[in-house]
Design a protein around this ligand. Structure first.
Ligand SMILES: Cc1cc2nc3c(=O)[nH]c(=O)nc-3n(C[C@H](O)[C@H](O)[C@H](O)COP(=O)(O)OP(=O)(O)OC[C@H]3O[C@@H](n4cnc5c(N)ncnc54)[C@H](O)[C@@H]3O)c2cc1C
Length: 495
């Protein structure tokens, strides 16, 4: 076991919220921060991978909320890094709905079904508002036909189920840009890390060499008291800090990966378990050539099947990477978990059957497939938080609230922007600011208490024979006074 090393703050997790929180602390003079990350890389749910000759984003892909009066801070970071992005226009997706025989639904039918689905969604929202226990399956007019089910899926599972007005669009604008850059979305995090962590001098993206970032450190236990926090990792290391910022996802908080001693209070554990998790999976398929329609308004297309969410939402990557011959299909929740549990070959077979229904039997087989497994990743357990539509503010407050010296951050702690990259980013700033304020108050209290102790000490100084009067600081207070002052109720921490 390593000897415990004590620092001011330990940040658990190096996703966007953790890196941002550490950066803000460092900019405010708190340099002795240690970042413990379970994975072998930074980025968390922002993650690129090479696939089919291009860089694809397994996690966050879009910068959502662009073009408004106020600038999305993540869009600003992307602009500073010249990140390559493409505008996504979903408006035509509803007119590219295929049935199982490959026919596109006439636009009138699609528009009517869309209208019906929107009305039914609004009715559901009303019902849920008046009765939070209302189950959507209770609606008699709920979606039934394949096209209705497909549109219902798009409304609720693809476009995030949020109540209008959606703060992201109101605050930052309604446009969404897909990141299509070889350096990946995660380049933004590397850039940010470089500003406060020591990095090697490669031109574009240096390696982070700073020992304050420790990868492959799976935090398993947080022992917290009013004096500080002891952090234990899976490999037997022990670290100590005055404070911890915990940035792991709501999915991880719901598991037993990290134990707390003493346990978290009930209001906290209840709030954590009351927040839903969305599983959102982008399956990438590479083909020898393209057989799907391209051109304006064709980037997104929909497959209507009698099973809701069965390979429903498709996107081609020709706009992002022309000539890449890659398709992406999005699955969510139950379907995501189902395909995570089966082999990639089985998923490829299912996807091929659906594509052959849409485009005919002559299309070529996919040559490669990539299936991210966010649900089975024990450092994620899902894709993002999914608050009940009519969220009670207390729930978010409780999820976000600190417990003693443990501060919570991450997209799930953002009331306005949960689920988004900018939610993670802004929560990192908020949490570190709250911690800085707490540290300031603690220091103030300490110096008040110190002068309270020092005054009688200095008065006694003349009458006592002290061997080393010059050593009169908080660590060398004579034993008698130490005992006496603790009886007077001075906080242990300052002694
Ligand atoms: C498939 C998918 C698609 C998405 N699409 C979009 C999108 O298009 N646009 C958008 O804005 N957002 C999107 N998101 C959401 C966005 O990615 C997240 O909101 C954001 O990245 C979360 O950042 P975070 O810092 O809160 O958490 P994370 O990125 O999860 O960071 C937490 C870190 O903690 C680490 N960790 C976990 N457990 C431990 C432990 N025990 N010890 C040490 N470290 C630990 C994890 O490895 C991780 O690195 C998507 C997410 C997914 C998964």
């Amino acid at each position: 076991m390593e000897n415990p090393t004590r620092c001011s703050v330990i940040v658990v997790g190096a996703g966007i919220s953790g890196i941002t929180a550490a950066k803000v602390l460092s900019e405010n003079g708190v340099e002795d921060v240690l970042i413990l990350e379970a994975a072998d890389r930074i980025g968390g749910r922002i993650r690129k991978e090479e696939f089919g000759g291009v860089t694809v984003e397994l996690g966050a892909g879009w910068i959502a909320g662009v073009g408004g009066k106020q600038s999305n801070p993540v869009w600003e970071l992307a602009r500073q890094s010249n990140l390559r992005t493409c505008l996504s226009d979903y408006t035509h997706a509803r007119y590219n709905i295929y049935d199982h025989s490959g026919k596109i639904f006439p636009s009138g039918v699609a528009a009517d079904s869309y209208q019906k689905a929107v009305e039914s969604a609004i009715q559901n929202l009303r019902n849920q508002k008046s009765n939070p226990d209302f189950a959507v399956s209770e609606t008699p007019s709920g979606p039934k036909s394949p096209i209705e089910l497909a549109i219902d899926f798009i409304l609720h599972d693809f476009e995030m189920a949020e109540v209008e007005p959606i703060p992201t669009y109101v605050d930052f604008g309604e446009r969404e840009f897909l990141v299509a850059d070889e350096r990946g979305y995660e380049h933004l995090l590397h850039k940010m890390a470089q500003t406060f962590l020591f990095t090697s001098e490669e031109e574009e993206e240096g390696q982070i060499l700073d020992t304050r970032l420790k990868l492959n450190k799976v935090v398993r236990e947080l022992q917290h008291s009013r004096n500080g926090v002891v952090v234990k990792t899976e490999d037997g290391c022990v670290y100590e800090a005055n404070y911890v910022i915990l940035s792991v996802s709501i999915g991880v908080l719901q598991t037993r990966l990290i134990s707390f001693s003493p346990p978290l209070p009930r209001w906290k554990t209840e709030a954590i378990s009351n927040c839903d998790i969305m599983v959102y999976t982008k399956v990438f398929l590479k083909f020898p050539h393209k057989f799907w329609p391209c051109g304006p308004g064709k980037e997104f297309f929909i497959y209507a099947h009698e099973r809701r969410g069965y390979y429903t939402f498709w996107q081609h990557m020709e706009n992002a990477y022309p000539g890449s011959n890659i398709l992406v299909v999005t699955l969510t929740n139950g379907e995501s978990k189902r395909i995570e549990a089966q082999s990639d070959q089985e998923t490829m077979n299912e996807a091929m059957e659906v594509l052959r229904n849409m485009f005919g039997s002559d299309i070529p087989d996919a040559t490669d497939i990539l299936v991210p497994r966010w649900w089975n990743n024990r450092f994620q357990r899902g894709s993002y938080s999914n608050y009940p539509i009519y969220v009670n503010h207390q729930l978010v407050d409780d999820i976000k609230a600190s417990v003693g010296r443990i501060f919570f951050t991450g997209e799930h702690t953002s009331e306005k922007f949960s689920g988004y990259v900018h939610g993670g980013y802004l929560s990192g700033i908020d949490t570190s600011k709250a911690l800085l304020e707490e540290m300031r108050k603690e220091n103030e209290k300490k110096s008040e208490n110190q002068s309270y102790i020092m005054e009688p000490l200095l008065a006694l100084r003349g009458s006592l024979t002290l061997t080393q009067p010059e050593n009169l600081h908080k660590f060398s207070i004579p034993q008698q006074l130490f005992l006496h002052s603790s009886k007077l109720g001075f906080p242990e921490a300052i002694l």
